[in-house]
Every structure is written in C-alpha cells, then in structure tokens.
Design a protein around this ligand. Structure first.
Ligand code: ACO
Length: 335
C-alpha cells in the first residue's frame, strides 16, 4: 500500500509587518535583517484571528484541490507548537471543516520539524492502519511567544498555516519515498520556550506537604534562542539527513527537482544547497515574504510553488524540517 500527496493549501494572517515596522520597536534596520536572514516581511495574527481558523482555511483549500469531500477525511493531523487550545486543536479543525464521520484528529508538537513528522505519521497510518485520506496541517503563531524586545529573535518569526492531503494509493504510485528523522534533547538549551519555573516550584514543601497551595496558573516564557548555535546545528545536520533520505530512495542531489527546506534563514538554505550541490534555481524559498513560520513553512512554500506552476506533477522534492527540541528530519516526496 502506497500513499501520495493529492492536494495542498495555505493561509496567512492579514497583518503584514515589514522590517521597517520592526525598526520602530527594536534597534534594528531593514539592511541588517535582509542581509543576515533574507527576510523582508512577515504576517502576524491579530487578536481577532485564530490559528484554528487559519489552519482550517489551508486544509479546506487542500481538500478542494484534491477534490475530496470533508466527509471522506479519516484523519486530521495538526502539527503545531502554538495551539489555540492547550489540549489540542485538531478536533476543532475537524469541526470547522464539517467532517461528519468523526475522523480521528490530534496534534503533533515538534516545532519547525512538525510538518515533516506529520507526513511520516500520515504515511504510517495509511500503510499500517488502513486510513485513506489524511490531512496534514502545519500551522504556528510564534508571534504569541516571541520576546518583542529581543532583536536577535523577534525579527525572524511569522504566523501561517499550510496543509496537504495524503491519500492511500497502489504501491506503484507511492509518492512518499523515504524519511530520516532525529531529535536531540541535549540541544534544547539553544532554543526553547519553557514553563516558568517560579510559578511551579513553591507547591511541594521539603517534608512533602503542600506549601503555598493552590499554585498560580502556569505560563510559558518567551522564545529563548542562541541564534549562532541553531545556525551551526542546522547547516551540520540538515544535509546529512537529506543525504540519508536520498540514499534510502536510491537518489542523489542531482536527481531532485526541488529542495524545500524549513524557511528559517536564507543563509541556512543556501549553505545546505551548496553542500548537496543543488543549484540555486532548484531551491524553493518564500522566506522574504513570510519569515520563519515554524511548522507552516514547508507546506506554505510548497503550496505557493504548486499554485504558481513551479512544482508540477511527477516532480521530486527533498523536504526538510529542523528546529526546537532539537528535532530534524527529511522526506523525499513526489508531487
Ligand atoms: N539588528 C541589528 N543588529 C543585530 C540584530 C538585529 N536584529 N540582532 C543581532 N544584532 C547584532 C548583535 O548584537 C551583534 O552585534 P555585536 O557584533 O556588536 O555583538 C551582531 O548583530 C551579530 O549578531 P549575531 O547574533 O552574531 O548575528 P548572526 O549572523 O548569527 O545572525 C541570526 C543572527 C539571524 C539569528 C542567525 O544566527 C540565525 O538565523 N540563526 C538561526 C536561527 C533560527 O533559525 N532559529 C529558528 C529555528 S526554528 C524553530 O524551531 C523555532
């Protein structure tokens, strides 16, 4: 039993924030941000918008492209680290799409690697679990967790949603060739948004009795990032991972039509492409317009490339995600 990608869609918030807009709130400028990252604009959710609505919009477009009815979806995977509901938002997307047969819907948390992990999960559910139509959504609103006083990180992120429909097919039509997935908890110190310790550590006294009960409600700290370490990590592990996935599929960098990396920094994308000997005209990048949209970045760039006619039926794509966790992974896909 094989599985293939049959539709894609994306959605972004209305509010656009330029580098010049950011220069009004932190000590930065358009030239620094453009040269160091390749980013010029990003979209940010306003108070009235919800990530669930954005994700449902992207998923609806993917279903329309695939000409599949919401009632025929049997699994919804929402890859996000910034859900509207701490308990998971996939069931709300299922509800918004009007899937009447109560398909399974759950969230996957793996930051910027989330979408690639979602693809792998979809393939496992189809190959081993008998599922037929699996929606994989990557959506994040990191703007909710950014420290808007930290010029080293706030310039990078944007909000967005992207989706694909993965469908069961005969093995000869299989469009998800190979994967390579990893994580390294040791590296968490370089990129994290952890629970605030001072709000939880006063509850248990030394003799085991409750002190200061009830506890305050918990909240998470803003994103804390060592940009240089994350940069080094990405340019080291991503080429290795893609090479591994390519080898499993019997391909090399010269066989792929497109390189589609998590859109974190144009310098990371270019360094990985150089290492894999992929020429610049075969790189998919829309980072300049949207910044780093975490789990949304790969399906957002894919959707733009498909709709603009760059990516066509039969094209082979090497896709990779990397980020907090630390997590990273690659997938070799045929569109
Ligand atoms: N504007 C102007 N100057 C700045 C800014 C800014 N926005 N930010 C930092 N600087 C200054 C620094 O203070 C430093 O000044 P100094 O030399 O006087 O000390 C100088 O610019 C150089 O700073 P660096 O941090 O060394 O700059 P670098 O070239 O490493 O670029 C960046 C920083 C863009 C963050 C880069 O390291 C990067 O992109 N790293 C990867 C980050 C990433 O991808 N994170 C997300 C992962 S995905 C996920 O899971 C969420």
């Amino acid at each position: 039993r094989g599985c293939k990608l049959v539709g894609c869609g994306s959605a972004v918030p209305c509010l656009q924030i330029s580098n010049d807009d950011l220069a009004k709130i932190v000590d930065t400028n358009d030239e620094w941000i453009s040269i160091r990252t390749g980013i010029r604009n990003r979209r940010v959710l306003s108070g009235r918008e919800s990530l669930t609505v954005l994700a449902a919009e992207a998923a609806k477009k993917a279903l329309e492209m695939a000409e599949v009815d919401p009632d025929d979806v049997d699994l919804v995977l929402m890859c996000t680290s910034t859900p509207d509901d701490l308990f998971g938002s996939a069931p709300q997307i299922q509800k918004a799409l009007g899937c009447k047969n109560n398909p399974l819907a759950y969230d996957i948390t793996a930051a910027c690697s989330g979408f690639v992990l979602g693809l792998v999960s979809a393939a496992c559910h189809i190959r081993g679990g008998g599922f037929k139509n699996v929606l994989v959504i990557g959506a994040d609103a990191l703007s909710r967790h950014v420290d808007w006083t930290d010029r080293g990180s706030c310039i990078l992120f944007g909000d967005a949603a992207g989706a694909v429909l993965v469908q069961a097919c005969d093995s000869e039509e299989d469009g998800l060739f190979a994967f390579d997935l990893h994580s390294d908890g040791e590296g968490q110190r370089h990129l994290k948004a952890t629970i605030r310790e001072n709000e939880t550590d006063h509850v248990l006294g030394t003799n085991g009795s409750a002190v200061g009960f009830p506890p305050k409600n918990s909240s998470f700290s803003c994103i804390q990032m060592n940009g240089k370490e994350v940069f080094r990590f990405a340019v080291r592990v991503v080429p290795q991972s893609i090479e591994c996935a390519l080898e499993k599929s019997g391909l090399t960098g010269s066989n792929i039509d497109w390189l589609l990396l998590h859109q974190a920094n144009q310098r990371i994308i270019d360094a990985v492409a150089t290492r894999l000997e992929v020429p610049s005209e075969r790189i998919l990048s829309n980072l300049a317009n949207y910044g780093n949209t975490s789990a949304a970045s790969v399906p957002l760039a894919l959707d733009e490339a498909v709709r603009s006619g760059k990516v066509r039926t039969g094209h082979t794509i090497a896709a990779a995600g990397f980020g907090a966790g630390l997590t990273w992974g690659s997938a070799i896909i045929r569109w």
